[in-house]
Design a protein around this ligand. Structure first.
Ligand code: PXG
Length: 290
């Protein structure tokens, strides 16, 4: 495995950053999780745009242009002979001292890792997954805005721990007002009266790339979409439910907090969107090999 750090490639054991990097000391940095399918990087421009937006929000200057960042990702995939894979793009604040002040850190680092990922077992994609809501509240938008894909994921990690300790693989997080925000690493959708609904970004959700693709696919199929505030009641009474994420793709949800969703099987609209998403991932993206 070859890992990209600031323009050079290193073997897995040699790919290291300083213990004084504020990415490690304070979670001060931003990242992206990206997928490659069929020798192409899916929605690469969208991921690069989002890391620039995340960086802007934390006053971090990405040391490369958008074009150079695209190139770094593609080069890392090629260096690792990637056909299908999962890519982690990271920009850290860089080396500073033990104080919080980020302005001490003069050169942010760019890291690209190309690997594989399997978030959930295949059978759950067929049968649907059961999830719960957890006590840990999603970060308030005026604290660390969940729209920022920052290296500080403790809010999500705490919720994930609560899910796993209770015997579940993913958790729904509510915001400080009690509305549904998102899951620890996935956005959440429901189908209600033939309308596809997902929480608004203001509820404290990441502007998921997969979320955006699914909203587009639904509209193209003539399915109405909306982004209203949702409560747990809305989830429990949904006709269908699924989660979206780069790693998870679309995964059907059939039970939430013990309530059976719809028929208890993945719904027809969900299954149709899964099909459409798969064909899109197979047929589009930034080519790795010319
Ligand atoms: N919400 C959050 C909080 C995320 O971290 C998504 C939604 C889905 O966004 P995209 O753009 O991928 O459709 C994410 C991204 C994991 C893991 O191990 C998940 C993500 C990132 C890193 C790790 O579950 N999901």
């Amino acid at each position: 495995m070859k890992i990209y750090i600031d323009g050079k490639f290193y073997g897995k054991d040699e790919a290291k950053i300083s213990v004084f990097d504020h990415g490690l000391l304070y979670g001060d940095g931003v990242f992206e999780g990206i997928r490659a399918y069929n020798r192409r990087v899916f929605k690469l421009k969208e991921h690069v745009d989002r890391i620039f937006y995340s960086a802007k929000a934390i006053l971090l200057d990405v040391p490369l242009t958008r074009e150079e960042l695209v190139q770094a990702v593609v080069d890392t995939c090629r260096e690792n002979d990637i056909q299908d894979g999962y890519i982690r793009l990271i920009v850290t604040r860089g080396v500073g001292n033990l104080g919080l002040n980020p302005y001490i850190c003069k050169s942010p680092s760019v890291i690209v890792i190309a690997d594989t990922i399997q978030l959930y077992p295949e059978e759950l994609y067929q049968e649907g997954m059961e999830i719960i809501t957890v006590p840990t509240t999603r970060n308030h938008v005026n604290a660390v805005n969940p729209a920022i894909k920052s290296l500080n994921y403790l809010n999500n990690v705490l919720a994930k721990i609560e899910a796993i300790n209770a015997g579940f693989k993913e958790a729904i997080m509510l915001n400080t007002a009690g509305f549904v925000a998102e899951c620890t690493g996935d956005n959440v959708f429901i189908l209600q009266n033939k309308h596809l609904l997902t929480p608004p970004l203001s509820a404290g959700a990441l502007y998921g790339i997969t979320r955006g693709v699914v909203l587009d696919l639904a509209r193209e199929s003539g399915i109405g979409t909306d982004e209203p505030d949702l409560t747990r009641y809305d989830l429990y009474n949904a006709d269908e439910c699924f989660l979206t994420g780069t790693g998870a793709e679309l995964i059907p949800i059939v039970k939430i907090d013990g309530r059976v969703i719809g028929t208890g099987k993945p719904g027809a609209v969900t299954r149709d969107l899964v099909q459409q998403y798969h064909s899109l991932t197979q047929s589009s993206g930034e080519p790795i090999y010319r």
